[in-house]
Write a protein that binds this ligand. Structure first.
Ligand SMILES: [Zn+2]
Length: 369
């Protein structure tokens, strides 16, 4: 007995360095790594022994309701179609607005060999909006793009200064509830063309760029200065005005209406306006850092959600989205999304996935037409 006490004492006196006690909270020594590693360099490696699931093909056929003209020649379009085949995308919405490229006519022509695989969306043309020609000129332009094959309007975009994605004419100062747009929005209802619009930006981009900002690493890049234009709430109000005042027109709020941080508020808008839908494009990271709240929300609004990508044509881009929607993986990083936080997947039920991937879009684009 005495012998073992001596052994314990000897062990305590010769503790190796690795058993140094952890400093108490707030007692970070000067040379501690936390004083030297920059936030922008923080790139943790997950060490947990937990499932890592690769999903190379979606569980159900997909209609992608939010993409752009990322290609510049016929081979790139053919390659995109091969990728769509491999990941399970039947059809992709190619939105002409917000994408500086070829004129609409040329763009439709370029995709002609695959016209059953792409749907085209065009812009409002604001040429002549301040003249006596309006609204006739705007309606004529809309009918022209409809005749060329456009199935919807989009992606319109308002980050405070008006429709910044408009082309060929400038849309500065023209918000979606502008009375001058009423005749065009009514025409969209008549032509059965949904209006897809990007309103505002994720809320972190409006907050102070300091240590309290949860989305800081991304927010510094996309920071929104609202000094001379609409702020977040004004933009949301302008969207709500348009949706309320044009009940026969279908509005698709891109990117969860940039409201991932406040799903109850998004829910209340969806409850009020049956002509409102939302797409999940380019908001994977913003939705998968609150997986339980997002999952509940998507299950509740399973008839109003649309699949979208908005992020190029690489197979891995699709795989990342499928992993988040379909699996039960947790605590993983996707550095391309730019945030410091880990993601956890949503494990959506099959009947919800089917609607999100395909059925809701099909209903809007065909039955509604
Ligand atoms: Zn887009």
């Amino acid at each position: 007995m005495k012998h073992s006490w001596l052994l314990l004492l000897a062990t305590a006196l010769f503790l190796p360095a690795c058993s140094d006690p952890r400093p108490a909270d707030g007692e970070r020594t000067q040379d501690s790594p936390v004083n030297h590693i920059l936030l922008r360099d923080f790139a943790p490696t997950v060490i947990n022994n937990i499932p890592v699931t690769r999903v190379e093909r979606a569980r159900f056929d997909i209609i992608d309701m939010h993409s752009h003209d990322y290609t510049s020649n016929p081979e790139e379009i053919a390659q995109w179609v091969r990728v769509m085949d491999s990941v399970g995308v039947l059809n992709t919405a190619v939105m002409h607005c917000s994408w500086i490229g070829r004129p609409f006519e040329e763009f439709v022509q370029a995709y002609e060999p695959y016209k059953d695989r792409f749907r085209f969306w065009c812009c409002f043309d604001y040429t002549g909006i301040d003249t006596d020609e309006w609204p006739a000129a705007g309606i004529a332009a809309l009918e022209r793009c409809h005749d060329l094959g456009a199935v919807g309007i989009g992606e319109m975009g308002d980050k405070g200064e008006g429709d910044t994605y408009a082309r060929p004419a400038d849309g500065t100062g023209i918000h979606i509830d502008d009375p001058r747009l009423r005749p065009l929005l009514a025409k969209c209802a008549e032509l059965r063309m949904p209006v897809s619009i990007h309103i505002a930006e994720p809320y972190w981009m409006y907050l102070p760029m300091d240590e309290t900002n949860d989305g800081l690493v991304n927010a510094v890049t996309w920071h929104v200065d609202t000094a001379d234009c609409y702020g977040y709430d004004q933009l949301i109000n302008s969207f709500e005005n348009a949706v309320r005042d044009n009940p026969a027109t279908i509005f698709i709020a891109c990117h969860y209406l940039n409201m991932n941080h406040d799903l109850p508020r998004l829910a209340s808008l969806l409850d009020k306006y049956p002509n409102m839908y939302f797409d999940i494009s380019a908001r994977v990271a913003e939705s998968a850092h609150t997986p339980r709240a997002t999952r509940d929300f998507l299950i509740r609004y399973q008839d109003r959600v649309l699949f979208g990508t908005d992020n190029g044509t690489e197979p891995s881009m699709y795989h990342n989205i499928f992993r988040v929607l379909e699996t039960n993986d947790e605590h993983f990083y996707v550095p391309e999304y730019g945030y410091h936080w880990p993601l956890s997947a949503l494990n959506l039920p099959d009947d919800v996935l089917r609607k999100l991937y395909h059925d809701n879009a099909e209903r809007i684009l065909t039955q509604y037409r």
